[in-house]
Design a protein around this ligand. Structure first.
Ligand code: ZN
Length: 411
């Protein structure tokens, strides 16, 4: 600044001496020169200077100190943009002379940014690199969105998942020529072909079925069955670490397995007794002297008296056609069809006792017949309410059903 002022003062001194010996016209020119010098001097004092407003693409985008600075900015743009032909898309600007404060002149980087911002053919975009190779170029937000869609597509709802690409995938932001951008469908095709590894911590509640335990009791008849504790299923919470590639499970490791609700095991009580008769009742029954109603070795009991369903007799299974004997001497008081009993015989014995034989295939006696112990009165069948060949045998004492087991020595 000092040099400039000295120069101006020297100039004014020499000009003053020249004026004395000059014509009017020459004097006018000298005054104009002096005026310019004075402006320059005042500019120097205020910090203002001559510069150029850059009119680019229809409006002012920056202020430069010189056209050279603009060209430097242009070279910077060329180096910033990843692609060829940048010079051909940058328009020729207009430079308009102006006076500005030095601090209002843009630096070269700012000018380069302004050129890029105002050139539609140059775009800010991302390049996708896979294992070091550039495979796609797209507007950053679009690329990010396609990448996230690919990764998220393997996430499982309501589970903690993290997905990443198997290969090394990088996005680099920068400036590209708009003509070098790939179409959305092309970018999707590239991204959707990349393998994705997903790590998932899966928490699952698993139903644990209850178990059944059977308690046997001789206080109930064979066939009796009752649930004394109702079974309730439990719940276990299983946590697993699962690794998937493109949604296919590659490994699964159980991390924990904890009981959330313990199961309640069912308890079933089953009877083992053939009769609930007392010793005294058994003794009385034995003294009646009854024989077994079918031949020895030909039978098997399928249901005892009572047995939890108020069974009035004993079911003795035997082959169809097996002989049915009168268990004691007596008189036939019924021989015929009797509803659910099917073909049925009832014999009256002495002492107010009756015996009943049901589901016969065939009857071998008539009402009023006097029968002897061991006489064949009918043949085993499955008539009436019956699901297989058997004799339903009842003992009725003075009109009331009693347990037949001790009468035929099944106790
Ligand atoms: Zn029966």
């Amino acid at each position: 600044m000092g040099d400039v002022i000295t120069l101006i003062i020297d100039c004014i001194k020499s000009t003053a001496s020249t004026i004395k010996n000059s014509s009017n016209k020459a004097k006018q020119g000298i005054f104009a020169g002096v005026a310019v010098l004075a402006i320059l001097a005042s500019l120097s004092f205020t910090g203002a200077r001559i510069a150029y407003k850059v009119n680019y693409s229809g409006h002012t985008i920056a202020t430069v100190s010189s056209k050279k600075q603009f060209n430097e900015a242009l070279q910077l743009v060329v180096s910033m943009v990843n692609g060829k032909g940048v010079e051909t898309v940058v328009e020729e600007p207009e430079f308009n002379t102006t006076v500005v404060l030095s601090e209002n002149i843009n630096n070269t980087t700012e000018v380069a940014d302004a050129i890029i911002d105002n050139t539609d053919a140059i775009v800010r975009a991302s390049t996708l690199y896979v294992d070091g190779n550039a495979v796609a170029r797209a507007e950053k937000r679009m690329l990010d969105s396609i990448i996230n869609n690919r990764l998220n597509s393997f996430n499982v709802e309501n589970q903690q998942c993290t997905s990443r690409f198997v290969g090394e995938v990088l996005c680099e932001d920068g400036y590209l020529m708009a003509t070098n951008l790939d179409s959305k469908s092309d970018v999707e095709a590239v991204v959707n072909s990349l393998a994705v590894i997903t790590e998932m911590r899966q928490v699952t509640d698993v139903m644990v079925p209850y178990k059944s335990t059977v308690q046997k009791t001789n206080e109930q008849i064979v066939g009796y069955s009752a649930v004394t504790v109702t079974g309730v299923s439990g719940v276990n919470r299983v946590t697993q670490d699962i690794v998937m590639v493109n949604g296919e499970v590659q490994s699964c490791v159980e991390v924990s397995n904890e009981v959330v609700v313990a199961p309640v095991n069912e308890v079933i009580v089953k009877g083992t007794a053939k009769t609930l008769a007392s010793a005294k009742q058994k003794q009385a029954a034995h003294s009646a002297g009854f024989i077994f109603p079918v031949p020895a070795g030909s039978w098997k009991v399928s249901s005892y008296y009572g047995d939890g369903r108020n069974h009035k007799g004993i079911d003795i299974c035997a082959k169809s056609g097996t002989s049915i004997y009168a268990v004691a001497d007596g008189t036939v008081v019924y021989s015929g069809w009797k509803g659910d009993y099917g073909y049925c015989v009832i014999i009256e014995h002495e002492g107010g006792m009756r015996t009943l034989y049901a589901h016969a295939k065939q009857l071998c006696c008539n009402v009023g017949d006097i029968v002897s112990q061991g006489e064949i009165i009918a043949l085993v069948g499955t008539t009436g309410q019956s699901t297989g060949n058997h004799v339903h045998f009842e003992v009725i004492a003075n009109g009331r059903n009693v347990d037949p087991a001790p009468y035929i020595n099944l106790d």
